[in-house]
Design a protein around this ligand. Structure first.
Ligand SMILES: CC(C)(COP(=O)(O)OP(=O)(O)OC[C@H]1O[C@@H](n2cnc3c(N)ncnc32)[C@H](O)[C@@H]1OP(=O)(O)O)[C@@H](O)C(=O)NCCC(=O)NCCS
Length: 178
C-alpha cells in the first residue's frame, strides 16, 4: 500500500494475527510496550475488528519487499484530529531483522503519510527511559526531546521515567532535504 526502499506498509489481515500475538508476547517487545497481559487470539480478533471502526488508530504490517514476509508492525495511535497529533507505535518482530534500517524506512513512510495525507501537525513517541535503541532511533529520525513523565512506567520491580519525543509537520520537509 505505502512503499519504501526495502519495505512496504500494508493493512493488517486476519492471517497476520497469530504472528503479531507471538511478537507482542515475546520478552524483547513486551518490555517496551504498555500491554502487560498476555495476548491471545480472542484479543487479537477484537483488536482487528476495532481497527475498522476506531478513528484514532491506524495500523500497518511492515512487509519486506524482497521476500514479501511480515517483519513488524507500526502505525499511529491516540490520533487527536482536533489538535492534529498522533503517537507512533512501531516494532520489528524479531531481533534478526533489527538493525537493518527497516524501521527507519517504515517510520519515514509513516511520517509522510501522517503529515502529507492525514494533515497531522505533530507526531510523537513515548519511550521508556531504558529503551536506548528506541531513543537513538527516534533521535536519528529527527524527533526532538519534549519532556518526561516522571516514574510513569513500572517494570522489573522499579519505576522508570517515560520520555516524550516529537516531530512537527514543518520540521519534516527540512529533514527530507538534509
Ligand atoms: C526501535 C526499533 C523499532 C528500531 O528498529 P531497527 O530496524 O532496528 O532500526 P534501524 O535499523 O532502522 O536503526 C536506525 C537507528 O536506530 C538506532 N538503533 C537501532 N537499534 C539500536 C540498538 N540496538 N542500539 C542502539 N541504537 C540502535 C541507531 O541509531 C540506528 O542507526 P545506525 O544503524 O545508523 O546506527 C527496534 O529496535 C524495535 O523493534 N524495538 C522493540 C520495540 C520498541 O522498542 N519499539 C519502540 C517503542 S517506543
Amino acid at each position: 500500500m505505502l512503499e519504501g526502499e526495502s519495505i512496504k506498509l500494508r493493512q493488517v489481515e486476519e492471517k497476520d494475527l497469530s504472528k503479531l500475538r507471538d511478537w507482542r508476547n515475546s520478552p524483547h517487545i513486551r518490555a517496551y510496550t504498555r500491554e502487560y497481559r498476555p495476548l491471545n487470539m480472542l484479543k487479537q480478533n477484537t483488536w482487528l475488528s476495532s481497527l475498522s471502526t476506531d478513528q484514532t488508530t491506524i495500523m500497518f504490517v511492515i512487509e519486506e519487499l524482497e521476500s514479501s514476509e511480515a517483519i513488524g508492525c507500526c502505525g499511529l495511535t491516540y490520533i487527536n484530529w482536533k489538535e492534529g497529533c498522533g503517537e507512533v507505535s512501531i516494532y520489528i518482530g524479531e531481533e534478526k531483522w533489527q538493525g537493518k534500517r527497516y524501521a527507519t524506512d517504515a517510520l519515514q513512510i509513516l511520517l509522510k503519510y501522517g503529515f502529507h495525507e492525514l494533515r497531522l501537525h505533530r507526531i510523537y513517541a513515548v519511550i521508556f527511559e531504558y529503551n536506548e535503541a528506541s531513543i537513538k532511533f527516534f533521535e536519528k529520525n529527527g524527533f526532538k526531546f519534549e519532556g518526561k513523565h516522571r516514574e510513569a512506567r513500572f517494570w522489573n520491580g522499579k519505576f522508570h521515567d517515560e520520555l516524550v519525543y516529537g516531530i512537527l509537520d514543518y520540521e519534516y520537509p527540512v529533514l527530507q532535504k538534509s
